[in-house]
Structures are given as C-alpha cells and as structure tokens.
Design a protein around this ligand. Structure first.
Ligand code: SAM
Length: 279
C-alpha cells in the first residue's frame, strides 16, 4: 500500500478492535483514533524498508500500538522507543494506577516499560535518557512518531538527529501533539519545512501526519530551526500552517486559532512550562 490517496479514506477507523486488545493493556495518553492510526501505520502503510522511531514513549503505550501492527504485518525491522523514563507521584496517581498498574516506589519507569512491552520484546529497542543527548545510527526511518515536543530546543534537536534518515516518498512523521494548544512550535517547524513534507491526515484528537516528500539535507535542517525565530515570524508561520491544513481539507480552524492565541499571549515562551495551564 503506497498511494498517499489512501489517507483520505481514514482506513484506520475501520480497524477490527480485537487487533488492539493486547496493546490496550499498556497505559497510553493516545486517543482511540490515534491508537488505531498507530497500528495501521505499521501494519498497512509501512513496507519494512526502515525503522520505526517513537520519541516520547512514556511507559510504552504508543510503542505497544506500533509494535502490535508491526507484528501483525510480520515486519522484521525494529521499533526504537526513546524516553527519559521518569515519572512523579502525581502522574502515577493520575495516569498509571487508574489503568491497573500496581503502585510502586520511586520515579523510574524503564523496568515497568520493559515489563509492559514483553509481548513484543524481540522487535523493540528502548533508548533511555534525554532525547537531546541521543544519536541515531540505525539507518533509514520509515515511521517517526514525535510526542516529546515540549520545547523549541527539543524540537530542533529531534529534527537534527532524526530527520536526515527519513525515507523520501515513504516516511511518515506523526506529530502527536501538533494541535495541542500549549505547543505552537510543532506547527511552526512543520511550516518552515513545508517544501519537504505534505500533511496527509488529521487524526483526532491532536495528531497531524506528514509524508516526507523530498530528501532532508543540511539545508533543510537550517531552514527548520525554530529557536532563532522572532515572535512575528512564528505568528506568520502559524497563520500559514492554518491555511495549509484548511486547504488540505482538515477541520482544524479552532485548534489552529488556539495555537495562534497561545503565541499572541506568550510571545517569548520556549517551553510548555512557560505557558500556564487554562483554569
Ligand atoms: C505525552 S508523553 C508520551 C505519551 C506516549 N506516547 C503514550 O503513548 O502515552 C511525553 C513523553 O515524552 C517524554 N519526554 C519529553 N521530553 C523529553 C526529552 N527531552 N527527553 C526524553 N524524554 C522526553 C516524557 O518523559 C513523556 O514520557
């Protein structure tokens, strides 16, 4: 399955829910449609020509959905999942314990993720640590999932480390938090790189999926840097991103307006923590 026209029909929404039954045991922050998309991306879209990379895998929820699809299709490559694998008490109480994880001491989640991902161990490689400190030496990337975009610095670092390995014409970049109101820099970076990526799907709640259409080179990495941009440049890029997505037929005017509002209210924010939560 290689024709990008396939995205128009949202085939992941017709996924048999039993295919996600085992992965559903791993806690995730993903919405139901996003979970279906992850399985579909590795089972139907990818052709086993490169690696799957999951940036910000939490305790393995996204990785499990990707791995379930990867296994279903019988792919032989690896899924590389990156995270600092840390958690605080409040997040344990809010996200893990209500989903059946037994209470545990400490802040480390690497062992928990290893345990939860046991059904797919042979196809997963975990990379603990700050993503900004990581290197990528594992060849072409076919699916790149980005869910650790909490600051402009991290965005630029992830782009520099992973985008050069995307397979042109085939690689998907899944921007998990593109439409989340607190992270305007994702839309800004993808708009900077509009010559290299085409938006192919809006997957509620917050995901925009891009197809890499042109080889990423050193020039592209310079073009895609968000950190040096002024507030005015960021605002202009957000407006252009909004028009591009609406022209692509995605119903995203309201969340794009929220991103623009965030940029207007917090012109100097460089990380999510600089932007207060809405009360
Ligand atoms: C929204 S959660 C990911 C949710 C996950 N994809 C799922 O399926 O539920 C974001 C994750 O990114 C990780 N993260 C954020 N910034 C990071 C960084 N700079 N380095 C390493 N991990 C990071 C956090 O530890 C957290 O687990």
């Amino acid at each position: 399955m290689t024709d990008p026209a396939i995205f128009k029909d949202h085939p992941w929404d017709a996924l048999d829910p039993t295919l996600l039954a085992q992965a559903a045991k791993v806690p995730t922050m993903l919405a139901p449609a996003e979970q279906r998309f992850y399985f579909w991306a590795t089972s139907e879209w990818m052709q086993d020509e490169g690696a799957v990379v999951d940036l910000g895998c939490y305790v393995g929820g996204s990785t499990a959905r990707l791995a379930a699809g990867h296994q279903y299709a019988g792919h032989t490559g690896l899924i590389h999942a990156f995270d600092r694998f840390g958690i605080n008490e409040a997040a344990k109480e809010h996200f893990l314990y209500p989903r059946g994880i037994a209470p545990f001491e400490g802040t480390e989640t690497l062992d928990l993720a290893i345990d939860l991902l046991t059904p797919w161990t042979e196809r997963i490689s975990l990379h603990p640590g700050q993503i900004e400190d990581q290197i990528w030496e594992d060849g072409p990337i076919e699916i790149l999932v980005m869910d650790a975009s909490k600051s402009t610095r991290t965005m630029d670092a992830m782009m520099r480390t992973f985008f050069l390995s995307l397979i042109p014409g085939r690689a998907l970049v899944v921007q998990q938090d593109y439409l989340f109101w607190r992270l305007p820099w994702i839309a800004i970076q993808m708009e900077l790189l509009a010559d290299y990526f085409t938006p192919v799907a809006f997957v509620p709640e917050h995901t925009i999926v891009f197809l890499n259409t042109k080889p990423i080179d050193a020039d592209a990495l310079k073009v895609g840097m968000v950190t040096p941009l002024s507030h005015e440049q960021r605002l202009d890029l957000l407006e252009r991103a909004k028009q591009r997505l609406i022209a692509a037929g995605f119903d995203v005017e309201q969340p794009m307006n929220e991103l623009i509002e965030t940029q207007v209210k917090h012109p100097h924010a460089e990380r999510a923590r600089h932007i207060p939560l809405k009360t």
